[in-house]
Design a protein around this ligand. Structure first.
Ligand code: 5GP
Ligand code: ZN
Length: 113
């Protein structure tokens, strides 16, 4: 499949990995928006949040089970962090393999623009 993040999963495109197991991969964003900015993806191709269903939701729950561990690894657990999913055109999604941005090391305003 011609998918950037699938290529990162299978090693065709290099990435700086911060966590990996059989279901998910976390790697540093190439254009970080915060001192710590990691992309967390399911290892099966889910195009966007619109495609989450009972068959694949275990990948999503697994991501959230591991976020505390990844945040602790990045040393952003104590001060907190932002988790973002962009879905589709209006959501600002640019890579059509569902992912969460985990960002920390600075504060974020809310509401966001
Ligand atoms: P989206 O806009 O789809 O929510 O987020 C896509 C993210 O992937 C962006 O933050 C962008 O910087 C990141 N990104 C795009 N291409 C690459 C790449 O080849 N390697 C890495 N590590 N990140 C990428
Ligand atoms: Zn993919």
């Amino acid at each position: 499949m011609d998918c950037l993040f699938c290529k990162i999963i299978n090693g065709e495109i290099p990435s700086t990995k911060v966590y990996e197991d059989d279901m998910i991969l976390a790697f540093r964003d190439i254009d970080p928006q915060a001192p710590e900015h990691v992309i967390i993806i399911p290892k099966n191709h889910i195009s966007s949040a619109n495609e989450i269903n009972t068959e694949n939701s275990k990948y999503i729950s697994h991501i959230f089970e591991k976020i505390p561990y990844i945040a602790a690894m990045l040393n952003i657990d104590e001060h907190g962090y932002r988790i973002v999913n962009n879905c589709g055109k209006n959501g600002g999604q640019t890579v059509p393999h569902m992912h969460f941005h985990l960002m920390g090391g600075r504060g974020f305003a809310w509401p966001a623009g």
